[in-house]
Design a protein around this ligand. Structure first.
Ligand SMILES: *Cc1c(COP(=O)(O)O)cnc(C)c1O
Length: 360
């Protein structure tokens, strides 16, 4: 067996221990004679799997009792519609546009009501997080929407926006479980799990209970109503059973690692290794405002597209894969999620040093 260092932005690297455990349980899950893929989502065995997953997530994130945890399908992108459909009581919401995912959410919301762009960093190709301390938020806005970590551009909010008393809704797809969060600051936190948690096909929505009502926009599909999902403990229909099972294993792995405080420390250490190198390199440069740097997604360029391509090619041959930047940005991007070991980042930096020397 030979594993590469996978710097993909998503679907992304998973902890080897989790993959090994899943492999061991593939043919016979804990003596029940079948794989988790083959069992009823209404069985006792599966009930334990999904309940434990939720309990472990609650413990990791310290989720208060007045928040529901939903395991859904449709990816983060489906939530771009579900959020306005469920929350736009006044048919108005404020959006902060800090990248492509925020923009997509903003555009989708416009289909359901008045989505107001209250801040944007489009003027400098989303290379920073705008000052959100005193935004002009409409009084009757139902919520303020952010994408907390911008996967493509590599920025993250270091402080949450001042919502002036409005509900905060956050897409945390690419920073989910990377550090502790204060859930009480949000109305809704959600994310696709294929970045920092598990396999594609699961989206986790953490939502304050009082926001789950029958008062949704006319025409909201049954499946997209949070109330349908909450009333049925994410089992209204068949959930993404196997994906949830893997997420549950990752939650246990995170607990074993020491929880989110420890993950934050590890992630800061890893990111520092890469950013410190970029800051002194004469060839490679980070592309975002240092103060807004993400711990998870690190874009960088040489300034020469041919040299970028040569780097990506040689890196791939050396076992550092998926370093090509997003098609909209170019250059390179190293996604260094929870499951990327420190050693992977150290070896990547050593490789970059060598490449710089050889191509100076
Ligand atoms: C990847 C990503 C999405 C889209 O996720 P899907 O599950 O593919 O819909 C949305 N938001 C952010 C921040 C992402 O990184």
């Amino acid at each position: 067996m030979s594993r590469v260092y996978n710097f993909s932005a998503g679907p992304a690297v998973l902890p080897e221990e989790v993959l090994q455990e899943a492999a061991d349980e593939m043919m016979d899950y804990q003596g029940c004679g079948m794989s988790v893929m083959e069992m009823s989502h209404r069985s006792k065995v599966y009930d334990t799997i999904i309940k434990e997953a939720e309990a472990d997530l609650r413990e990791l994130m310290n989720i208060p009792d007045n928040y529901k945890v939903l395991f859904l399908q449709g990816g983060a992108s489906q939530q771009f519609a579900a959020i306005p459909m469920n929350l736009m009581k006044n048919k108005k919401a404020a959006y902060i546009v800090t990248g492509q995912w925020a923009k997509k959410a903003y555009q989708e919301a416009k289909m359901y009501g008045e989505a107001v762009e209250v801040a944007s960093s489009a003027d400098k190709t989303f290379s920073y997080i705008p000052d959100c301390s005193d935004l002009d938020i409409p009084e009757d806005a139902d919520y303020v929407y952010i994408c907390e970590n911008n996967t493509i551009y590599g920025t993250k909010y270091q402080t949450l926006p001042n919502t002036k008393g409005h509900l905060l809704v956050a897409d945390v797809s690419s920073c989910f479980l990377s550090e502790p969060v204060d859930v009480t600051k949000y109305g809704v936190i959600y994310g696709g799990v294929q970045k920092n948690i598990g396999p594609a096909g699961v989206v986790i929505v953490i939502i304050r209970e009082d926001l789950i009502t029958d008062d949704v926009l006319p025409g909201t599909p049954t499946m997209l109503k949070y109330k349908t999902q909450a009333d049925n403990d994410s089992l209204y229909n068949t959930p993404p059973c196997y994906g949830i099972y893997i997420c549950g294993k990752v939650f246990k792995w995170l607990k074993k690692m020491g929880g989110l405080e420890v993950m934050k420390q590890r992630n800061e250490e890893k990111a520092k290794i890469l950013y410190d190198f970029l800051d002194q390199s004469k060839m490679f440069k980070g592309t975002v405002e240092p103060k807004d740097r993400s711990l998870m997604n690190v874009p960088f360029v040489t300034g020469d597209a041919d040299l970028d391509a040569k780097f990506v090619k040689e890196a791939t041959e050396a076992g550092f894969v998926n370093l090509k930047g997003h098609r909209s940005v170019g250059g390179m991007r190293a996604s260094i999620y929870n499951a990327m070991p420190k050693e992977g980042v150290e070896k990547l930096v050593a490789f970059m040093k060598k490449f710089e020397e050889e191509n100076a």
